[in-house]
Ligand binder design. Structure first.
Ligand code: 5AD
Ligand code: SF4
Length: 453
């Protein structure tokens, strides 16, 4: 049987979403076509996340259920990629007899070949680390490969992480830091702009560490990299690019030049997602975050001086080993003081091979759950207050498509990255990809409501 229609199921961060787009691009180049949905597919690829225990277990339950999917149509193929694949490797093939191939985070380019071998009955795994720049040389095709123009795109600028925060599995699933030459990034962004893309999001595990090893060793020129703020300035000059975002930066590399870039570059959005993880110096040290609460708040103050309209969002972990009630109170106080517009918060989850896993002082699960709830309810209030404060403002929305609230509204993002819903007036249809001037009329907990201005 021909196995020609593919579907990709993606978990995890934006880097994973973009990796799925790249795999999709490779498969399109190899003559595969996107399936309407998984029921219709001959090939299913699962792009996995292992940041927390729960994410990893998702894969095991998915693979259990896929036995039926495979049995429905002989010749169907299942491949697993991403961070769990990188972490567990060929052992996945042993554990799941129905699984056909496994590819690690540096082996996207091998997917078409592995698929061809799987069609001949060979089960393969490739999870070696590729430290060459060749691994960036992949199509940035849109996921699904569907027709139509795209107006937003991800662009990888660096990959890997050398920070080794004590709780985090990423340095082992994504490997060492490696930065792409600036000329290639600029070329990619120019090509996207020519295609009609208005907004680019630069991606990297610690995106503002871009080029830092080369800069430090005096090799930026020969390696073709440059300081991150300089890269932003070069991209700001690309005609047609209206909005530049980047995610996720690390506070340690948030230097004065990057803050100045927020003051000076017209297309750099007034939104920064800056993971803080904890508001307690003791816990930050145990997490090996390499900054203090005070240093973090100084960055926030400088950013606000540079851009009064800045929206700041963050990631937080509660229940890290040894976290006392007071440490947690310090985190709540920091959330207020930094004025996070939104945040993702998680219960600490011990990960294999990380130093925090062996640390003493486990926080009882009920206590961790209660802290998570308290933190999230504080954030909810703060988000709503921020939204209310923006009522009456004029801004611009880049439309993504129909709103979740129904076809009478379209939905998009403002420069601060908030979701904005817009009433559609009968005679004035608003297509995806339009940049629309609006006035904000009302606030809800999760979004803003606006009218065309
Ligand atoms: N447990 C809980 N949360 C984690 N994160 C990373 N590792 C863990 C872990 N072991 C969170 C951090 C990070 C986000 C992507 O996931 O907050 O910023
Ligand atoms: Fe993980 Fe820390 Fe690297 Fe972020 S900086 S990916 S939290 S090790």
């Amino acid at each position: 049987m021909e196995t020609r229609r593919f579907a990709i199921r993606t978990y995890g961060c934006q880097m994973n979403v973009h990796d799925s787009e790249k795999v999709s691009g490779l498969l399109l180049e190899s003559g595969f076509t996107p399936a309407g949905d998984e029921a219709d597919a001959d090939v299913l690829i699962i792009n996995t996340c292992s940041i927390r225990d729960k994410a990893e277990h998702q894969l095991y339950s998915d693979l259990g259920r896929l036995r039926e999917w495979k049995a429905e149509r002989p010749g169907r193929i299942v491949g697993v990629g991403g961070c769990v694949a990188q972490q567990v490797g060929a052992r996945l093939l042993k554990r799941f007899p129905g699984l056909d191939f496994v590819f690690g985070t540096h082996n996207l380019r091998h997917v078409p070949g592995m698929l061809a071998r799987a069609a001949e009955g060979a089960r393969t795994a490739r999870v070696d680390e590729d430290r060459s720049l060749a691994r960036f040389d992949l199509p940035s095709g849109r996921a699904g490969g569907g027709p139509g123009r795209r107006w937003k795109a991800f662009v990888t600028v660096m990959e890997g992480c050398d920070m080794f925060c004590s709780f985090c599995i990423v340095p082992s699933t994504r490997g060492r830091e490696i930065s792409r030459p600036a000329a290639e990034i600029i070329r990619e962004v120019r090509a996207l702009a020519e295609e009609g893309v208005l907004e680019v999001t630069l991606l990297g595990q610690t995106v503002n560490a871009y080029g830092r090893h080369d800069v430090r060793r005096g090799r930026a020129r020969s390696e073709g990299t440059m300081p991150f703020a300089e890269l932003l300035a070069r991209l700001d000059e690309v005609p047609g690019i209206e909005r530049i975002r980047y995610t996720s930066p690390h506070p340690l590399f948030f230097d004065a030049d990057l803050i100045r870039a927020h003051r000076e570059l017209g297309s750099l959005c007034p939104h920064v997602h800056l993971p803080v993880q904890s508001g307690s110096d003791r816990i930050l040290a145990a997490m090996r975050r390499r900054y203090t609460r005070g240093a973090y708040l100084e960055i926030v103050a400088a950013l606000r001086r540079a851009r009064a309209d800045l929206s700041l969002t963050s990631d937080l972990i509660v229940g890290f080993p040894g976290e006392t009630r007071q440490d947690f109170e310090d985190t709540l106080a920091l959330v207020r003081e930094a004025g996070f517009v939104d945040s993702f918060s998680f219960k600490y989850s011990p990960r294999p091979g990380t130093p925090a896993r062996g640390m003493e002082g486990e926080v009882p699960p009920e206590e961790a759950q209660a802290r998570l709830r308290a933190l999230q309810s504080l954030q909810k209030e703060q988000t709503l207050a921020y939204h209310r404060g923006r009522v009456g403002e004029r801004t611009q929305v880049l439309i993504d498509g129909e709103s979740r609230r129904g076809p009478e509204q379209v939905s998009g993002r403002d420069p601060q990255n908030r979701v904005v819903n817009l009433e559609v007036e009968g005679d004035r249809p608003i297509g995806p990809g339009s940049l629309v001037p609006v006035r904000i009329r009302a606030a809800t907990p999760h979004s803003l409501l606006a009218a065309v201005a």
